[in-house]
Design a protein around this ligand. Structure first.
Ligand code: SF4
Length: 231
């Protein structure tokens, strides 16, 4: 069989890069046991170049704060390591660490209730929240030649408008944009046009309460069909 030569960390059983059991100050682990498809073997030159990006002081500080935030999501108790922060709380803590004051919320109209809850929580925590829902602009789907309308061919249906969402959030000069429940594809466009730092609170899953991973967890039982080719 021809060995596939591209990075495939998701197939790795060694995870040598994690260097589990290593001590601070050790030399980096040997790659001897890493698989042939390991990006550290296939593209060694990338690492040095990427690491120089962290030398830019603002990037380095951002990366440091993200790492501190990661650390603060755990607590070490006598019976072991426990997690302690839901993502909303993590978001608030991280935004404070970065000294962010103004947040931009790009949300799906299907999650307007959740957008209201989130905005209230963020405002109660001292943030100014600019919010834009996906249907803003009231442009009919015909504008993008989309004949497939959920409410039927005769109905008016407003297109989702992630480009406008991004431009409004850019123009509002927010410190951080937050995506909440945008559809697949609409989220891709939002990311493409968003010029400010961006994070995701939740992605849309219409069936699983916006928890797409539930289908993976159940792929050995109720969602076994996912293991087969999906047409
Ligand atoms: S970087 Fe290499 S060792 Fe680490 S998970 Fe990927 S393939 Fe495995």
């Amino acid at each position: 069989m021809v060995e596939k030569r591209y990075p495939r960390c998701a197939h790795c059983s060694t995870r040598v890069c994690e260097n589990r059991g290593g001590q601070a100050g050790d030399i980096p682990p040997s790659l001897e046991k890493a698989p042939a498809f390991c990006p550290m073997k296939l593209m060694p030159e990338v690492y040095a170049a990427a690491m120089t990006e962290y030398d830019e002081p603002r990037i380095k500080e951002f990366a440091r704060l993200a790492s501190v935030q990661e650390f603060q999501c755990y607590e070490r108790l006598p019976d072991g390591l426990r997690t302690k922060l839901p993502r909303v709380e993590e978001l608030i803590q991280f935004a404070r660490k970065c000294n962010y004051k103004k947040l931009g919320l790009a949300f799906c109209g299907g999650l307007a209730y959740e957008a209201g809850l989130l905005t209230e929580i963020l405002e109660n925590n001292g943030f100014e929240v600019v919010s834009v829902q996906c249907k803003t602009g009231a442009v009919p789907k015909e504008r993008i030649s989309a004949a497939e309308k959920i409410a039927g061919p005769e109905a008016w249906e407003t297109m989702c408008n992630p480009i406008v969402q991004a431009i409004i959030i850019n123009r509002s000069k927010v410190d951080l944009a937050i995506m909440l429940g945008l559809c697949i594809g609409h989220d891709t466009l939002f990311i493409k046009y968003c010029d400010v730092p961006l994070t995701v609170l939740a992605v849309k899953d219409r069936v699983l309460g916006h928890n797409p991973l539930a289908a993976l967890y159940a792929s050995g039982s109720y969602y076994q069909r996912l293991r087969n080719r999906i047409d």
